[in-house]
Design a protein around this ligand. Structure first.
Ligand code: A3P
Length: 347
């Protein structure tokens, strides 16, 4: 077991005393046991949700994964972490980040031989709490061997990011999405998983109420977005803040923004050779959604294997209007208004 699997940083989430010799799997198992004493409830999920003492919700496995990541992750200043709430466009921003970082060895205009033709974005950039610190494999050892810059992802709120990641000064790329579109996308996704588990699908109205009550994975939505917004204001060089809608409107402008933020701006030759447009096209909903690996592939997460196609439903802005009642839409808007008032943030 490498040193990275030993806990070596002060924890943001887990105040218990720790044995210096514990492996990451042992830590994960201990965290998983401690999670079951947290308050629990049903929510906008196919899994029972627990309430972390920091106020956010998650399944037993993902809270345990977040705690284990906090305890075990050895960050490097060169790491880049994608942070999102589920259904905010994680798959898209992962694709854009991966293809921007690796554009020299994997040119975006050679789509047939690009890693995306064999691996989904969630395999190219793994979630710390769902795929790395799962208690199942000794992936942290592999993580140590990855070359710079290492790319990771997380759904946890800013307050629950591994303390080592925050302290290292590594870059965090956050993407959020209109709460109504996020909620409707989440509702579709969760219902697919519920049906697979022989659970009744949730009505959109019940789902909206659960979302408004903060009872969704990594929710409350508003606290999550505000946490990263404030972190971005306090540390603009460390935390980049994207809105799905602005990316949708002008992808090349935001790919340039992303590249500049991670210290890999496009040079004149690349601009002249259309590299930005090639990345945008490679990562587009149409291209990624049509790949064979999307249509027939699956990605393993600690909570089970998920069809890659389930991360590509419709894409775009404003689909909420096709599902949400005016009352639910008004309720979400009212919470957004009151929570974001005076923060400088608008969605
Ligand atoms: P919809 O359900 O509204 O279609 P996540 O990746 O965080 O799970 O978010 C999934 C949402 O992002 C889904 O939204 C999905 O269709 C959309 N999405 C996935 N890939 C995309 C892409 N390349 N461009 C734009 N939207 C994308």
């Amino acid at each position: 077991m490498s040193s990275s699997s030993m806990r070596s940083f002060p924890s943001q989430t887990e105040p218990e005393t720790r044995e210096e010799t514990e492996t990451s799997q042992e830590i994960y198992r201990r965290c998983a046991t401690s999670v079951i004493s947290l308050p629990k409830s049903d929510g906008l999920s196919h899994l029972q949700l627990y309430r972390h003492h920091q106020g956010w919700h998650g399944s037993q496995m993902c809270i345990a994964g977040a705690m284990a990541a906090d305890a075990c992750f050895t960050a490097r200043p060169s790491d880049i972490v994608v942070a999102t709430l589920p259904k905010s466009g994680t798959t898209w921003i992962k694709s854009l980040l991966f293809s921007t970082v690796h554009r020299r060895e994997h040119p975006a205009d050679a789509a047939d031989v690009h890693p995306f033709s064999s691996f989904g974005p969630h395999e190219c950039i793994k979630f710390l709490e769902y795929q790395v610190y799962t208690g199942k494999e000794i992936l942290p050892d592999d993580v140590d061997e990855l070359p710079d810059p290492r790319l990771f992802a997380t759904h946890v709120p800013w307050v629950a990011l591994p303390a080592a990641a925050v302290a290292s000064g590594c870059k965090v790329v956050y993407m959020c999405r209109d709460p109504k579109d996020t909620m409707v996308s989440l509702w579709h996704f969760v219902n697919k998983l519920r049906v697979k588990e022989w659970l009744e699908p949730l009505s959109v109205e019940i789902a909206a109420d659960l979302f408004c009550d903060g009872l969704s994975a990594f929710g409350p939505y508003w606290d999550h977005v505000l946490g990263y917004w404030r972190a971005h204001l306090a540390r603009p060089g460390q935390v980049l803040f994207f809105r799905y809608e602005e990316l949708w409107k002008d992808p090349p402008a935001h790919v340039r923004r992303l590249a500049a933020f991670i210290g890999l701006p496009f040079d004149v030759d690349e601009e002249e050779n259309g590299v930005v447009d090639a990345i945008v096209k490679l990562c587009s909903f149409e291209h990624m959604g049509g790949l064979e690996v999307t249509k027939s592939g699956r990605t393993e997460f600690v909570v089970g294997a998920v069809e890659n196609s389930s991360f590509f439903r419709r894409g775009g802005v404003g689909d909420w209007a096709n599902y949400l009642s005016p009352e639910s839409a008004r309720r979400i808007d009212a919470i957004t208004k009151s929570k974001f008032e005076g923060t400088g943030l608008s969605l």
